[in-house]
Design a protein around this ligand. Sequence first.
Ligand code: ADP
Length: 480
Amino acid sequence: MNVLSVASEVYPLVKTGGLADVVGALPSALLPHGIRVRTLVPGYPAVLHKLKKKKAVGGIDNLFGHPARMLAAEYDGLDLLVLDQPELYARDGGPYLDTTGRDYPDNFRRFAALSLAAAEIAGDSVVPGWKPDLVHVHDWQTALTPVYMRFGSAADMPTVMTIHNIAFQGQFGASVFPELSLPPEAFSMQFVEYYGDVGFLKGGLQTATAITTVSPSYAQEILTPEFGMGLEGLLASRVGSLSGIVNGIDAATWNPETDPLIPQNYAHGTLKRRAANRRVLEERFGLDKGPGPIFCVISRLTWQKGIDLLAQVTDDIVALGGKLIVLGSGDAALEGALMAAASRHRGHIGMVIGYDEPLSHLMQAGSDAILIPSRFEPCGLTQLYGLRYGCVPIVARTGGLTDTVIDANEAALAARVATGFQFQPVTADGLRLAIRRAMHAYKEPKVWARLQNQGMKSDVSWAKSAERYASLYSGLLAKG
Ligand code: ADP
């Protein structure tokens, strides 16, 4: 089976969040199921620069006013198609934001173009001699693909639309519609019209053959007004086509036994070796040496991630004898609140503002626990890395966090299945209580080591989830 996967980011070429990790890891997990995935991404400068051997395999004469080339390349086991159109993608900033942190004003065009190119590949008019059996699209940036397919020459090909985060919907004013090269009837309830605007994600959810999201709990949650962000009604009408498949992790990149980004490798039998990583972390964040757990946070610093709740408990962490290190960037007010906490508690709280992949590995390998107080979390990956690295997750009971961490209540501890701490309600008090529970467990080294070991043994690989995607794909093709 040939699958075209379409995404606006893919690890290790370009990443702003979990989406890239998933798009980068799924192809090799699907290979044992006889599924060959080609991944289409935009030709951002960072992508073109990293791909040394690329060849033109096709093109589109006029993609929103400019010619585009389709390049093919292999990278780190990925079979890539790259849409090369400098007018759209040769920019100085990131994939979505300019150097000042603002959305590019033509994002609707940049990602409509990616979606249209995908639909044309499916319609066999771009890459001679290659055509997928199924198209899998991810998030709003590629959600117009099934819409274009419906009106193009691949109308019967099955499509899967995965929601990685329903908070990002790609909603634009109606004035962009005439620029999208869609027929007038597409501006309707059945397609992209959304309360008088154009909704990219909305259009994808209406037209994709199947909809998935990245955990079973989130699949339930987005059917409710609290989490559905306005799309709960549409999703309810398509509930028979909706499922939740939890993300796995790239077990080769995230393996404490072989990880080249950490000073000291270790396994579940050799947890004591983590102490060497802790020492490097203490240096890096300017922490005082001494006992007590190090709690880490590796996150976008936003309301979604509950970082305002974290800011409210920093003094408590220190008062209880813990230390806190934070890596991330985001809302200026939240960055400021955490910086202020770090200067109040020099030696106990450390902060690095920015994005730093190697440092994120070191933090998982040297901290004792990772805090994830998200208000909503479709799947979440950092708790999975935490499990694999013996960095005990302390998580809000929501979405994928619910599905992947087993709370250390008495029964789960006695049954030796607990892997972390969950809390609800998702408030500062809830988080505070969870931190107290963790501190209590940390004081009993046997209990703590058991939590670490049980986490390290839990299955966070792609194996089971890849099987579920494979059977979803096969089911759709059999129906077609
Ligand atoms: P989201 O995609 O909502 O941001 P996820 O938990 O699904 O959240 O994925 C976040 C990914 O980005 C993880 O791989 C995490 O390690 C990484 N990450 C987040 N912030 C940083 C940062 N400041 N530096 C390095 N990696 C980060």
